[in-house]
Design a protein around this ligand. Structure first.
Ligand code: UD1
Length: 420
């Protein structure tokens, strides 16, 4: 197993390229199950979750290649409809195969994902929506067994809660269904929008893209006709590096960003005293005279993303004053608190609210990564900690950050990946 060794205390400078968005690339990989063509996906991040999803498609019988950030997927040779436990337990997003496989083949078997480090994360809303579309769903021996022998039917569906992968699953199911589906309270994340746009490029009929109500006219089983897509930049990776600039109070530039997708993150950093220079696909963060505290509430897009909560918690340890962070989406997404505390952070946790008392002088320590974004918070803390920090279990980071050490090294960070 690898760990990261970071010697803190350096100012950062320079520029780095942001990779394609993992959370956009995953549903696009799933969408290839709806295409009659081989599909080429460009700007794919070279991260473990993407490799796992490609392995899942291979297990189903698809022919896949993944090289130089380009994936070529041909699902014509699919000969299995089962996403088994071994792969689903590695990556919850495997559930994204349920909608497309069921709508295309009339049945699908997917292992139930179970809980994870950040909370329970049920899939009841995915299943309820598919039942409204006529699917027969049974849970047996840890698997969801879904059938719809005559195909799924259009339905009126109102999601009780906004769910990102739930919306994506049902959008993909509805695209090949019989009749019209009206989806209300749909997620508006840029990753959901990109999925819709790619499906439309292949002939899907979707109205209302980017709003919370989608009207989808099903193709009655006819496969789509798209053969390529270019994955949007990763707004969470970009946000994480903005926090790296912010926590070290340095000027750095990110290339290949979609500034529009970063509004909530930029607004929060601006309120903390940082300023920005924006220019086409580049974004420069400039130091703050005095880092100010922040009140943060995680909500659905376009609000402040839960996937940036941990990184901002690391940052607020360096703010001059008290910050309050309210996690609204995942009940257990505070695993990083105890690790940050081991580095000297002063954080009080009550239920789903963390109060961070800053500024504190952090010191290097041995810490443990617990989930993807919690791990990046530890990396950020290490950048300003006095001495050496060793971050263990970094396979969590490898799930979602492409070439993290290389990018941080390019900014001047003293960082090494070593064997335990
Ligand atoms: C996606 C993202 C993840 C991000 C999250 C919230 C991917 C691959 N992952 O996860 O990085 O943190 O959105 O922005 O895109 N819920 C239910 N029942 C369901 C589904 C969800 O109660 O059937 C609840 C969840 O427990 C959570 C909330 O709805 O409290 C939002 O979850 P959801 O948007 O579904 O998260 P994911 O799609 O799993």
């Amino acid at each position: 197993m690898h760990y990261l060794k970071i010697v803190g205390g350096k100012k950062l400078e320079g520029n780095i390229e942001i990779s394609g968005a993992k959370n956009a690339a995953l549903p696009l990989l799933a969408s290839t199950l709806l295409s009659k063509n081989s599909v080429t996906l460009q700007n794919m991040p070279n991260v473990e979750d993407i490799k796992t999803f490609i392995q899942l498609l291979k297990n189903l019988g698809a022919v896949c290649e993944f090289e130089n950030n380009v994936a070529k997927i041909d699902t014509n040779s699919i000969n299995s409809t089962c996403a088994n436990y071994d792969i689903v337990r590695k990556m919850r997003a495997s559930i994204l195969t349920l909608g497309p496989i069921l709508t295309r083949f009339g049945h699908c078997e997917v292992s139930l994902p179970g809980g994870c480090a950040i909370g329970q994360r049920p899939i009841d809303l995915h299943l309820k929506a598919l039942e409204l579309m006529g699917a027969n769903i049974k849970i047996k021996e840890g698997y969801v067994l879904a059938t719809a022998e005559d195909g799924l039917k259009g339905a009126n569906i109102v999601f009780d809660k906004i769910t990102v992968t739930g919306s994506e699953n049902i959008i993909m199911a509805a695209v090949l269904a019989h009749g019209t589906t009206v989806l209300s309270n749909v997620a508006k994340e840029p990753e959901v929008v990109q999925l819709c746009e790619v499906l439309v490029s292949g002939g899907a009929k979707i109205n209302g893209i980017g709003t919370d109500e989608l009207i989808i006219e099903g193709s009655r089983g006819k496969l789509l006709n798209f053969s390529n897509a270019y994955v949007i930049p990763d707004r969470i990776e970009a946000g994480t590096y903005l926090c790296a600039g912010a926590i070290t109070n340095s000027e750095i530039t990110l290339k290949n960003v979609e500034v529009d997708h970063l509004k909530a993150i930029i607004a929060k950093l601006t309120s903390m005293g940082f300023s920005f220079e924006k220019n086409s696909k580049c974004l420069t963060i400039k130091p703050s005279q005095k880092i100010l505290p922040a009140d943060i509430e995680t909500v659905e897009y376009p609000g402040f993303p839960t996937d940036m909560q941990a990184q901002f918690m690391a940052l607020t340890t360096q703010a001059n004053g008290v910050s309050v962070i309210d996690e609204k989406l995942f009940e257990n997404r505070f695993m990083h608190v105890s690790e940050l505390s081991r580095m000297g952070a002063d954080i009080k946790l009550t239920s789903h609210t963390a109060t961070v008392f800053g500024p504190t002088k952090l010191t290097g320590a041995d810490v443990m990564a617990t989930d993807l974004r919690a791990s990046s918070a530890l990396v950020l803390a290490a950048l300003v900690a006095k001495g050496t920090t060793k971050i263990h279990r970094i396979y969590h980071l490898d799930r979602g950050y492409e070439n993290l050490e290389g990018k941080l090294k390019a900014l001047g960070v003293d960082i090494e990946r070593l064997n335990e």
